[in-house]
Design a protein around this ligand. Structure first.
Ligand code: SF4
Length: 542
């Protein structure tokens, strides 16, 4: 009988540990792209952050086949010299393109196999790696971009992020999970790394024990998006600080050993234990405790933050008196080497060289004396990275899309940049934050399910032609009133999206009742009404 896709991938991973193929990758750099066996090229390479490029340049027979390369950056934490290195690599080997991702990674593109050894060596010299950035393993562990400087944080969870990263990434015990495994550990009160849509979310809590303050974590398990979005389930336990990494490891082991999940690639995420196999919070807790060998402590009362648009853009005070952080808006994460170099220089010159990447694809410079912040902002704005950015520029997120992703239905990055510029032109001075998320296929890397307005790439008819278009989702959001965006059935050719969004936003503002957010208005507006808004209101900008 012919192997299924899942059986094939499982066999390939079993036959040779994907993390073990580094010597092979270095050899292929000598022997050339065509010497790479399919089983390495299309499965094991991913464990080293390498995907063949989706623009037609990643296939055999091309004169110079190309890869996308993802650099893993735990917690999005970088130092200036590291960012300089990434900028140099993007310049020398990546045709001047880099993308900040919504998991706090940086992706390079146009990479040739011949250049991979140099790139790996350069990354290694500054303590960075691509290992575990893609593939069936623990992906980049995310954390609050303001860890250690946020004035209201409960704790700086960075040591746990680094410890969990060291334990799980590259560890042969966890190198063959059923599929990707996404973890976030955050010490902040705002959940800006979206624990609700991670496989494991540890969010800081505090309690009094014997008159002493103790910091620990609430535990959320089984969140995820793609075609079957699922909010993580709150596990009834208080995870003490010293238990956090072991709990993440226990859940990774549960996931690894869930053979039932290995039968279909599209159902191989932890959330399907809850969605299809009858697991609930109590069952997950029992399994975790069985792995740990002792019971966890009882949970604190639930505490979910209100949904705030926390994109970290702008100049804001830190917990350290007299210091601020300066958050710079990229446009959908796409950056140039010149911009990255300049950010690194600004961080070194005005701060202490610390830089953070955010889940909204923006960049933060830490530890700037408040009297110098305006100079940082001015110089960054001149580079196209404003700290004072429109809601559209700061809150629009986009996945990789057809330019580099093989699974994409439509192009997203250039569209996203154009959409931002168009919305700024159509709605100058728009005073409200609006989360716009653009995603190129149902895999939802651009997280359209959790946006005020989500755009999912589809092909649509425009006259007699099939063109790139987007289906509009509305009312998604997390926090205290969570819900996935509603598929409206409104499908719009890409070139008409700004006009449609302008009409929706104008009308939503006009229809708003006291105390309502944009999301509230969109949630209570029917698809038919939205359709009428889009089709009947005159646009001012056309
Ligand atoms: Fe590619 Fe689809 Fe993910 Fe976008 S959502 S990066 S198109 S797989």
């Amino acid at each position: 009988m012919k192997e299924t896709v899942a059986q094939r991938v499982e066999r390939i991973k079993r036959e040779k540990d994907p993390f073990s193929i580094l010597p092979d990758i270095l050899r292929y750099a000598e022997t050339g792209f065509d010497s790479i066996p399919d089983e390495d090229l299309n499965v094991r390479f991913r464990a080293w952050g390498l995907y063949t490029q989706g623009d037609g340049q990643g296939v055999r027979g091309k004169a110079v086949p190309r890869f996308m390369m993802r650099i893993r950056i735990p917690g999005g934490q970088l130092f200036a010299h590291q960012l300089h290195t990434i900028a140099d690599l993007a310049d020398r080997y990546g045709q001047g393109v880099a993308d900040v991702t919504d998991r706090q990674n940086i992706q390079l593109h146009h990479i040739r196999i011949e250049d991979v050894p140099d790139i790996f060596a350069a990354l290694h010299r500054v303590g960075l790696t691509t290992m575990g950035a893609c593939g069936d393993n623990t992906r980049n562990i995310t954390s609050c971009p303001l860890a250690g400087v946020d004035a209201t944080e409960i704790c700086d969870a960075s040591p746990l992020v680094q410890a969990a990263n060291r334990l799980l990434n590259g560890n042969p015990a966890y190198s063959n999970l059923p599929r990707k495994f996404k973890v976030t550990i955050t010490g902040c009160r705002h959940w800006c790394t979206y624990p609700e849509i991670n496989d494991v979310g540890l969010v800081a809590r505090e309690r009094e024990v014997g008159g002493r303050r103790e910091v620990g974590f609430d535990l959320l398990v089984g969140g995820g998006l793609a075609t079957a979005p699922h909010l993580a389930v709150r596990i009834p336990a208080f995870v003490r600080w010293h238990e956090a990494v072991r709990v993440v490891e226990a859940i990774a082991a549960i996931f690894r050993d869930s053979d039932v999940l290995r039968q279909r690639r599209d159902k191989a995420r932890l959330k399907f234990l809850f969605l299809e196999y009858g697991w609930d919070a109590e069952r997950m807790l029992a399994e975790i405790e069985a792995r740990l060998g002792y019971p966890l402590e009882p949970p604190l009362p639930p505490l979910t933050p209100p949904e705030v648009h926390r994109d970290h853009v702008g100049i804001h005070p830190q917990r350290q008196p007299g210091m601020v952080y300066v958050g710079l808006a990229t446009t959908t994460g796409r950056v140039t080497p010149a911009q990255l170099r300049a950010v690194a220089d600004l961080a070194a010159e005005y701060g202490d060289g610390q830089i953070r990447l955010t889940p909204t694809q923006n960049i933060v410079i830490l530890n700037v004396p408040s009297h110098r912040a305006a100079a940082v902002a001015e110089r960054a704005a001149a580079l196209g990275l404003p700290a004072d950015a429109s809601p559209f520029r700061r809150c629009t997120v986009s996945c990789t899309g057809a330019q580099f992703c093989k699974l994409a239905i439509v192009e997203t990055k250039e569209f996203g940049a154009w959409l931002v510029a168009e919305m700024e032109r159509r709605l100058p001075g728009f005073g409200e934050q609006v989360k716009l998320h653009v995603t190129g296929c149902p895999n939802s890397c651009g997280q359209h399910w959790i946006a005020d307005i989500g755009l999912l790439g589809v092909k649509v008819k425009d006259g007699a032609q099939q063109v790139d278009g987007f289906e509009i989702f509305v009312g998604g959001g997390l926090g205290a009133d969570p819900g996935f965006g509603r598929r409206t059935g409104l499908r719009v050719p890409a070139h008409r999206v700004p006009e449609a969004l302008e009409r929706i936003l104008r009308r939503a503002q006009a229809e708003r009742r006291p105390g309502e957010s944009l999301k509230d208005v969109l949630r209570r507006t029917s698809d038919d009404a939205l359709r009428t808004w889009v089709s009947s209101e005159p646009s001012t900008a056309d």
